[in-house]
Each structure stands twice: as C-alpha cells, then as structure tokens.
Design a protein around this ligand. Structure first.
Ligand SMILES: *[C@@H]1O[C@H](CO)[C@@H](O)[C@H](O)[C@H]1NC(C)=O
Ligand SMILES: *[C@@H]1O[C@H](CO)[C@@H](O)[C@H](O)[C@H]1NC(C)=O
Ligand SMILES: CC(=O)N[C@H]1CO[C@H](CO)[C@@H](O)[C@@H]1O
Length: 488
C-alpha cells in the first residue's frame, strides 16, 4: 500500500505541486493587489490628513530644545561584533551598564532577538575605544549628527521652526546644522561619540534571529551627562521667548558615575529652568531608554511634573507606568504591543499623572503642570491622548504626520514608496482590553481614528512600516518632533 502510494505520488507529484503553485498564485494575486490598493489608499489619506493644517506663513514658531548632542557612528551591529571576534553568547542577560566584552554580548543578545530598542552606558573606556576603532573602517559605516536634541531640532527646523538648541558641540558639528538652528552651549574639542549598532529584521547572530529591525546604542559620554550647555541655554532662553520648550537626552545620565548629589543638583537646576519659563508655553519631555531606578525617580520628581507633554515608545511606556505604580523598572516589554494594551497603559499614565498633579499642594504656584498631551510611537501605529480644550491643536493631523514621519525616517526618504511599506496593524482594533470594549475598523480612506473619552481625545494612526530599513536610530525623535510641530 505504502509503496503504491508513494509511486502514485512520484507519478502525479509534479502535477500536484504545479497545481498547488497555480492555486497559490491564483489566490495570492488578487489578495496582494487588494493589499496594494489598501496601502495606496491609506498613504494618500494620511498625506491628505497631514496637509490639512498649513503652517501659518506669518511667523515661524520658535522652539527651544535641550540637551546635548553627539556624533553618531552607525554600523551594522552583527558585522561589528563579528569583526571584533565577539562570539554569540549562550546567555542573553540584562545589564544596567556594560563593563566587558562578555557583558556586551549578553546585553546585545537580550535585545537583539525580540528586536527591542536599547541604549547602554559603557563604563569601560578601553573597550569603547576599541569598538569605535573597529567601527571606523567597517564597510558601510556612516557618521552623522546625533543625539535626541539635535535630531528633534533638525526635524523642527525642516518643518519650518526657528530653533534654539542647547548642547556643547565641536565647530564642524555646528557647521552642518540648519541655518534655522542657533546653538547655546560651549564649543568642545572632542565631541562625544555614540556607537549605533543597527540590525534589520531577520538578521542572525549565532542562534539568534531578530524579530524586527532596531538598534542597540552604546555611549560613553564625557560632556552630555553634565547638561553642560544648561546655563547658556537658560540665558539665551530669556530673549528667545519660545512657543515650545522641549527636553530630551537625559538618558545620558543613566548609570553615569556621578559624585554624590551631583545629578540631583543638575536636575534641580533643570526643574528651576522649567518652572521659570512662561506658564503659557508648552513643555515637552521626550523619554528614553532608562534603566537606573534612582534616576527615573529623580525625573519623576524634577522633570515630569513640569511638563505638559510626554513622548515615548512602546518600551518606555510600560517602564514609566510600572514606576508610577510603585513597581520596578521594566527592562524589556513586547516590541509589538496591541493597540488596546498601549491605550490602556496611556490612560493609566494620564490618570496617575493628573491625579498626582491635583493632589500636590498649590500645584500652579510651584510651576507644576497637568499632563495634557501623551504621544506613544510604536512600530505599527501612533497613538495620542490630548486634553480637550488644552493648547495642543490639530491632534488628528499631528498623528498622521507622526505616522508618515516614521516611514520617512526609517526608509531614509521624504517620498514614501508604497512598495517599500507594509501595514502591520490589524484590520480593526479594540479601544481597550476591558471586556465588551468597542472595536474600531481601520478605514483606508480615513485611517486616523479619533474619539473622545472623559476629558480627552484619543487619536490612533497606522504606520506604513518601512521594509527597506535605512536607519532606526533617531526615529522616535523625528517622529515626536514631527507630531509636535502641528500642535504648537
Ligand atoms: C575593559 O575592556 C578591556 C578591553 O576589552 C578588557 O581587557 C578589560 O578586562 C575590561 N575591563 C573590565 C573591568 O572588564
Ligand atoms: C524589584 O527591585 C528590588 C530592589 O532592587 C528587588 O529586590 C526585587 O527583586 C525586584 N522585583 C522584581 C519583581 O524584579
Ligand atoms: C534617517 C532620517 O531621515 N532622519 C532624519 C531625522 O530628522 C533629521 C532632521 O530633519 C534629518 O536630518 C534626518 O535625516
């Protein structure tokens, strides 16, 4: 029987497989076409939503952004590790900071497989220099102006703002900045270098395969942790009179070996700067990959209460929420969370922050501000919560712009090519994980869904995920800045 069976298979096998291939093609073609149509419609609708608000041509909005900056050295992460002869580890492990090559291998492996963004301080100067030297002549490497503040400043300037940028840079760095950016800070001889280990989706390192494109960043800064430009920035701020004040780059303080009390002194100076700015201007704080719990607690004390607006990614949101609820830092979360999960976490952050604000004694007199804007960027979608009646305008268009910027940044091109994009958000999403919650279908011709709850509006936009990755590092900054620009 078995022999006869296999003989029959051999005889008809090719015909059967041809038939299977034919069926597959026959079923796939219209399906793919349908997908392409869907993608084209989503793209044109997002572009329409983005254009809906013209920037007022009367005046360029003024935005002040701190702190710091660096030179990014961008390399293919796996190639670099191979080049320095670092074998893949058996043991993916989280480390708060990196001291040795083994720890680097363990930490890289920990984030590489899930494809989660991470950024770590390198305490070992020798190892850091060795890595930089090895990267210098690695084929395909790139140098660029880096750091959260310069990335946001660049995006804001491109989008039509005049920017005051707080950071200490070398002169050749200052020369490549847009003419609409004024630098406030000292000139330094040796700028800090950040090593960006990029990897595409499906890259392999030993037995690990990355589930999505992302990057692992190593830094060993001498200038940035001290917010060296803060005094000059504060001085120039008085005459600059910004419409928006943005703070980012504070993760350079994470696990940095400060003297006792040094970090608190710096942050308390920053708190004073934020409270002494006009109460009428918006203050945005861009979160980042923080793992040092005491630093996060300081931020919750000195920075977050003075911000109206927060921006963060899908890793940083659960981390912040966990701390607000009195639990530990979360080092690694789902890199592809569902919309419902993210929205529930956002509602909770919004509620706790505003509860804290109203519980504080004389919040207005102390310069504390309620949280009126929360923007979370993920690979698959953008989500915003904005308080009704607050100063933030055009939330729908801003969410669309953030989504388009995600593709533009990662693909490295201002024109979006639909053949290099993919929609990975589901056809519909639930607005909450609570049972019986409403489901919202993704409508191609109106891809940004906005609705009202309590005292705020929520908007969600799908991202046309770039499939030919040019760069992921700096994505959050470009996206957050693009979202803010339409809301000033
Ligand atoms: C720092 O890195 C160097 C070079 O890779 C290594 O020889 C040394 O053991 C490292 N130091 C520590 C404390 O691990
Ligand atoms: C939280 O942190 C504390 C102190 O660092 C530690 O003892 C505890 O095990 C941590 N808990 C969890 C769930 O990780
Ligand atoms: C990769 C990429 O496109 N990043 C952009 C982020 O924004 C800055 C400032 O506009 C651009 O210079 C970068 O090219």
């Amino acid at each position: 029987m078995e022999r006869a069976g296999s003989a029959a298979w051999m005889k008809y096998g090719p015909v059967v497989s041809l038939f299977v291939v034919f069926l597959a093609v026959w079923f796939r073609a219209p399906y793919d076409e349908m997908l392409d149509d869907r993608l084209d419609t989503v793209l044109s609708s997002l572009l329409r939503a983005e254009r809906k608000v013209g920037r007022s041509s009367v005046a360029r909005p003024k935005v002040a952004i701190g702190f710091g900056g660096c030179v990014d050295l961008i390399v293919d992460g796996v190639s670099l590790l191979k080049k320095i002869g670092l074998p893949p580890t058996d043991q993916p492990l989280h480390h708060d900071y990196i001291q040795s090559a083994d720890q680097l291998a363990e930490s890289f492996a920990y984030f590489f497989a899930p494809g989660a963004a991470a950024e770590r301080f390198m305490l070992n100067d020798t190892l850091f220099s060795e890595l930089v030297e090895a990267s210098r002549d690695l084929p395909g490497n790139r140098w660029s102006v880096g750091g959260n503040a310069p990335a946001m400043a660049g995006r804001m300037a491109t989008e039509g703002c005049d920017v005051l940028l707080g950071g200490s840079f070398s002169t050749d760095f200052t020369d490549v900045l847009s003419q609409h950016i004024t630098v406030a800070g000292n000139t330094v001889e040796e700028p800090d270098i950040h090593l960006i280990l990029e990897y595409p989706s499906g890259a392999s390192w030993g037995r690990y395969t990355s589930r999505r494109a992302n990057r692992y960043i190593i830094h060993s800064d001498d200038h940035n942790p001290y917010l060296a430009s803060m005094e000059e920035f504060a001085q120039k701020l008085i005459d600059f009179k910004p419409d928006l004040l943005v703070v980012g780059g504070l993760q350079m303080m994470d696990n940095f070996p400060f003297q006792t009390g040094e970090r608190e002194a710096l942050l308390s100076r920053l708190a004073y700067l934020l409270t002494s700015s006009s109460p009428h201007i918006g203050v945005h704080f861009e979160m980042a990959s923080f793992v040092e719990e005491s630093l996060m607690k300081d931020l919750l004390h000195y920075v977050v209460p003075y911000a109206d607006s927060l921006g963060m990614n899908e890793q940083e949101l659960p981390n912040l929420l966990s701390l607000l609820k009195g639990s530990n830092i979360t080092v690694l979360s789902d890199p592809n969370p569902r919309v419902a999960t993210v929205l529930d976490q956002m509602r909770e952050v919004y509620r706790i922050m505003n509860q804290r604000h109203s519980d504080a004694s004389a919040p207005e007199a102390s310069g504390r501000k309620p949280l009126t804007r929360l923007h979370v960027h993920t690979l698959a979608f953008q989500a915003m919560i904005v308080t009704r009646g607050s100063q933030w305008k055009n939330t729908m268009s801003a969410t669309a712009k953030a989504s388009l910027t995600a593709n533009r940044h990662v693909c490295g091109s201002n024109d979006i090519n639909p053949t290099k994009a993919r929609l990975i958000m589901d056809d519909s999403f639930s607005v909450s994980r609570q049972e019986g919650s409403q489901r919202i279908p993704l409508q191609e011709s109106r891809p940004v869904s906005c609705w009202e709850e309590e005292n705020y509006e929520i908007c969600v936009a799908p991202v046309l995920v770039c499939t030919e990755v040019y760069q992921t590092a700096g994505g959050g900054d470009n996206i957050s800045a693009a979202g803010l620009v339409l809301q000033i």
